[in-house]
Design a protein around this ligand. Structure first.
Ligand code: UDP
Length: 332
């Protein structure tokens, strides 16, 4: 197939591009390189462009004759979205709308969208959510993604356009060969920050809140290896290519780990007893958030291969060490 991947130079997008290459697909990457890196693109042709640039989008989409678009490009910092909501509504919503309209104009009828568990906000009960749980985002980041989902739902209902929205839980880990991985300086995610602390790039790791109503007082999350997430996209792509209808799927393993469990595992794997500081709760954190992933397992036959926190952390650790070494030597 011929596929346009927006954000293909970023963390998850670059893993997608590499996998599409392995599968023999023809790929064009559309990325403004604001947070992505050209060295992370292991396959396909890069167009450096912004989704705000309607003229360029039109040219690329009309020339490409794409079978599908995979839309990864977005901002991802929850705190920043609270401080600067318009930045998120502009890039994550308005630019996604540009893309959807441009798909319509160019006759591209299949799209896979990178959504997030943040659309659920703070769920009731034990934190395990099914796709039918009402959307209730509590920050502009989650809201911007929910708005795209609603737009896709309505446009798909009104036309022959079809989409799959994948709601990512806590994506982590890196390529097994350490070619690509998280390479974002402003990372806010737990595993990356813990590893950077182990590496001495940060003085300490904060644990945000130890008084939650969970087994050890810290928050529970569903950490999923990036490679399993990518296989979910491959299945979604094949589903649409086979004529399947528009669908929304949770992407997580269905069970979680507490912040303390993750920290202990990172210390064990890295062998570094880095400094950990227990601080107050971070605003907007649900106590527990895990995926009920029955739907994607049953409908698409998704069978995760790396449901193992140790494997997730090991691949991320190997990558993190190599990444900083390459940076410091000027290789990247
Ligand atoms: N967390 C933490 N210290 C950090 C970063 C994150 O204690 O430096 C906690 C955070 O409060 C949440 C969990 O780790 O309970 C996962 O947070 P992350 O930002 O990785 O992902 P999120 O679940 O917010 O998407």
């Amino acid at each position: 197939m011929k596929i346009l991947v927006t954000g293909g130079a970023g963390y998850i997008g670059s893993h997608m591009v590499a996998r599409l290459g392995e599968l023999g697909h023809d790929v064009v990457i559309y990325d403004n390189l604001s947070t992505g890196h050209d060295w992370a693109i292991l396959h396909g042709n890069l167009v450096v462009g912004d989704l705000a640039d309607r003229a360029l989008l039109k040219t690329v989409l009309e020339a490409g004759n794409f079978d599908a678009v995979m839309h990864f490009a977005a901002f991802i910092e929850v705190n920043e979205s609270v401080r600067d909501p318009l930045k998120y509504y502009r890039n994550n919503y308005a630019n996604a709308l540009n893309l959807i309209e441009s798909c319509r104009d160019a006759g591209v009828k299949r799209l896979i969208f990178s959504s997030t568990a943040a659309v659920y906000g703070i769920p009731d009960g034990g934190g395990k959510v099914v796709e039918g749980t009402p959307l209730s985002p509590i920050n502009p980041y989650g809201e911007s993604k929910a708005m795209v989902e609603k737009t896709l739902r309505d446009f798909s209902a009104a036309s022959d356009f079809r989409y799959v929205s994948l709601r990512y839980f806590n994506v982590a880990g890196a390529d097994e060969q350490s070619r690509i991985g998280q390479a974002y300086d402003n990372a806010t995610h737990l595993i990356t920050l813990a590893l950077r602390t182990a590496l001495g790039k940060r003085d300490e790791l904060n644990i945000f809140g130890t008084d939650y109503n969970t087994q050890d007082g810290t928050c529970i999350r569903d950490y999923i290896h990036v490679r399993d997430l990518i296989e979910a996209h491959v299945l979604a792509l094949n589903h649409l290519a086979d004529g399947g209808g528009s669908r929304i799927f949770n992407c997580g393993y269905g069970h979680g780990y507490s912040v303390r469990e993750v920290v202990a595992k990172v210390k064990k794997i890295t062998g570094v007893d880095f400094r950990v500081v227990e601080t107050g709760r971070r605003e907007g954190d649900p106590p527990a958030l895990t995926a009920d992933s029955t739907r994607i397992r049953e409908e698409l036959g998704w069978k995760p291969a790396h449901d193992d926190l140790g494997f997730i952390i090991k691949t991320a650790w190997k990558w993190e060490k190599l990444y900083w070494k390459k940076r410091e030597s000027g290789e990247i």
